[in-house]
Ligand binder design. Structure first.
Ligand code: SF4
Ligand code: SF4
Length: 294
C-alpha cells in the first residue's frame, strides 16, 4: 500500500482539484480529506452513500451545569479565566460552550457539585462511498482547534478501510500551510506532492514546505500549477525544488476549465479529458507512480 499526500504551502493552489483528478485516474483508492478546517473534496467526489454512521469527534472538555443542583451562589463566575460563565436564567450561570476551555476551575469551587466536565464534541468524521473509492473526511466544528488530532483520526480510518478493502493507494488531501495538521498529514506517507503557484508568496511557501518534507524525511515531488501566469518564476521555483532534493512532476497550465469542473462537481478529466490541463494531470500521475516504483 502506498500513501500519497498532496500538500501546498498555502490554500487555493489547486491541491484539492489535483487530488480529485488523481482519485479519478487511480480508480479505486481510499481518499482521505485531511484539510479538516475547510474540507471540500466531497464537493467534487460527491459521495453516493455513507459507509458508516457519521461519528462525532471529541477533543478536550466542556463544563456542563446540572441546573437542579445549582443554588445560584455565584462562586463559579469569578474563577473562570476565559469568561465562559455567563449570567443565565433565574440567577444561575450559563456556560458558553465556545469559550469554555474545560479547565474545571468552576467545578472545583462549586459547593453543590453542580458543574461537571464532559468531553467536548469538536467535529465529525465521515466515511462515504464515492464514484472513485471510499472517502474519509473530518469536519472540524466552529472555533475548534484540534485539527492535528482530527487529521490523525481521518488517517487512521483511511488506513483501516484500505486494509479491509485491500486498496493499494491512499490519496491524502493535506491541509494548507506548514502547521500541526500538515505535519500530521505527512507522517508516514510514501510521497508528498507539493502543489505550488509561480508567485512570490508561492515561491516562499514552496521553500517552507520542502524544508518540512526534508525535516521529516519525506520524498517531495513538485507540481507547478498555473505555470504560465509567470513562466520565469515557475522555472526559478523548479530550480529551487531540484536543489532541495525534490523531484519535478510537471507543470499544469492555468485554465478556467478547473473552476468550471469544480462548479460542476467533476474532476478536470471528467470535464474534458482531452484538454491540455487534463493531459498534463495524467502525465503527472504517470510520472508520480513511476517514480514511486523506483
Ligand atoms: S471549565 Fe474552566 S473555562 Fe470552562 S467554564 Fe469552567 S472555569 Fe470556565
Ligand atoms: S458555584 Fe455551583 S451552585 Fe454556585 S452558581 Fe455556580 S454552579 Fe451554581
Amino acid at each position: 500500500m502506498q500513501q500519497i499526500a498532496v500538500v501546498s504551502g498555502k490554500g487555493g493552489t489547486g491541491k484539492t482539484s489535483l487530488v480529485a483528478a488523481f482519485a479519478g485516474i487511480a480508480g479505486s483508492s481510499v481518499i482521505a480529506d485531511c484539510d479538516v478546517d475547510a474540507a471540500n473534496l466531497h464537493l467534487v467526489l460527491r459521495p453516493t452513500r455513507e459507509r458508516v454512521t457519521p461519528e462525532p469527534f471529541t477533543s478536550g472538555f466542556l463544563a456542563v451545569l446540572a441546573e437542579a443542583r445549582c443554588t445560584g451562589c455565584g462562586r463559579c463566575g469569578p474563577v473562570c479565566r476565559f469568561a465562559a460563565v455567563l449570567p443565565g436564567d433565574g440567577g444561575k450561570p450559563a456556560i458558553d460552550s465556545l469559550a469554555c476551555e474545560g479547565c474545571g476551575a468552576c467545578g472545583d469551587v462549586c459547593p453543590e457539585q453542580a458543574l461537571a466536565l464532559t468531553e467536548k464534541q469538536a467535529g465529525m468524521l465521515f466515511v462515504s462511498e464515492t464514484k472513485f473509492g471510499t472517502l474519509v473526511r473530518g469536519k472540524l466544528g466552529i472555533a475548534q482547534a484540534s485539527s492535528g488530532k482530527l487529521v490523525n483520526l481521518v488517517r487512521s480510518r483511511a488506513m483501516e478501510v484500505a486494509v479491509q478493502d485491500r486498496r493499494e493507494i491512499i490519496l491524502i488531501d493535506g491541509a494548507p500551510g506548514i502547521g500541526c495538521p500538515v505535519i500530521a498529514t505527512l507522517s508516514g506517507v510514501d510521497a508528498a506532492v507539493v502543489v505550488s503557484e509561480p508567485t512570490v508568496s508561492g515561491h516562499h511557501d514552496l521553500e517552507r514546505i520542502l524544508a518540512l518534507c526534508r525535516h521529516f524525511g519525506r520524498q517531495a515531488f513538485v507540481v507547478i500549477n498555473k505555470w504560465n501566469i509567470n513562466q520565469e518564476m515557475a522555472q526559478e521555483m523548479e530550480q529551487v525544488a531540484v536543489a532541495q532534493g525534490a523531484k519535478l512532476l510537471g507543470r499544469i497550465e492555468f485554465d478556467p476549465l478547473f473552476a468550471q469542473a469544480v462548479a460542476a462537481g467533476k474532476t478536470i478529466l471528467e470535464q474534458d479529458a482531452d484538454s491540455i490541463p487534463a493531459r498534463q494531470v495524467n502525465q503527472i500521475w504517470e510520472k508520480l507512480t513511476a517514480g514511486l516504483k523506483k
